[in-house]
Design a protein around this ligand. Sequence first.
Ligand SMILES: NC(=O)c1ccc[n+]([C@@H]2O[C@H](COP(=O)([O-])OP(=O)(O)OC[C@H]3O[C@@H](n4cnc5c(N)ncnc54)[C@H](O)[C@@H]3O)[C@@H](O)[C@H]2O)c1
Length: 398
Amino acid sequence: MAKIGSMTNKIRTAMVGCGGAAWVGHLPWLWENPHIDLAAVCDPNSERGTKAAERWNVPHVYQEFDKLLGEQPLDAVVIATPPQTHHDLAVTALQKGLHVLVEKPLAVSTDQCDSMIAAAGKAEKILTVSHEKRFNPGFEKVHQIIHEGLLGDVFYLAVHWSAAVRLDPDSLSPPDYRSSYEWRWTDPESGGGIVFDHLPHYLDLWRWWTGSEMATVCAELLNVRKDWIGDAKLGGPHEDFGTALMKFENGCIGMFETGNAGRGLSPIQMVGSGIGEWSEYGMIYGTRGHLIFDLLPWDSPEMPRIMMYSLEDKAPNYRGWFQVEMADPWRGAGGPLAPKSNSHYHFKRQMDDFASAILDNRNPQVTASDGRETVAAVEAVYESFQTGKKITLNHAAK
Ligand SMILES: NC(=O)c1ccc[n+]([C@@H]2O[C@H](COP(=O)([O-])OP(=O)(O)OC[C@H]3O[C@@H](n4cnc5c(N)ncnc54)[C@H](O)[C@@H]3O)[C@@H](O)[C@H]2O)c1
């Protein structure tokens, strides 16, 4: 077991950034993990820091990151701030000898990612990135289905994801949490629009499912709301709708479309047509079967629904479309934030992986290099849109 600094023999951790992602994806799971001592929160917005500290019983509240690191003997930080701040915060923490879990995207450029990876290597500390979809049991099931050969050779992966993120929040989150997300559309430094927000999640899954890297991409972006930041002719960042057509090194085609300018209707869950709702679904085609998955929003603890058709699946002993069996989500009183009722929840499982990677001195399931690849993909999407050309990815820097 790795040596950790604190008297309590727990991983003394600070939450940096106390907005929507922290509230849903990190604070509850830092608080709940038996190996973690949630020692401090930090946010320049003192109201947000104080609110988080009150809710999660955190003894120290900071508004300045340097002061936090100067005063608190920490083992780790979790960073959930806007993307343009990730690099400097993570590198400073790594140089201080702390382990780091940073929200996606890892950073706003591959150069920044490389600098963070180098800092982690030098410090010999963990740097991981929040691609929590990998910890969703539904997506683990998809990985298993592909690897058991039930779809044959996968040749097409497609995702449609439209999110009404400027509208009402749903019930699991503080009432104002989506309003704080406006930097995505108002700060030119934030790296990109909706494609930068969403594509990293699925590119990470596709790389994991197929074991193959993206080779080429061509993309088209739109700003349906006509509120580009900067020069509209140059395109991204800050598109609110986009499509990307990708080819993978193994020959698979990937098709990704995403937007927050309109909402579709998801095919199985039948969500997405109302205020604040969401549609997020995908298809996988193989030579021996097809699969479709359909999700509720990122903060939902419910499992995705997965339907498939396989010529290889002998288990149900019939051929045709069937629903893939999933463990029922189990909710205790108090809902998904109730202790001990969240064993399947992707953000909890991600935090458990971070803690056990620190304690067992092993790599986390999602590495910083994985995060870098997803940033490289988005850079190529923007380059394709700006030049009107198909872009070939360069994986040499890995
Ligand atoms: N993994 C996911 O599913 C998921 C979902 C939502 C957001 N995110 C990511 O999480 C990150 C944060 O997004 P959000 O929705 O929480 O945004 P947000 O605006 O709700 O919260 C960000 C918080 O960071 C604080 N902050 C800004 N600079 C800071 C600094 N230097 N030090 C400390 N705090 C600082 C802000 O005051 C704000 O409270 C982004 O990278 C976003 O892409 C990931």
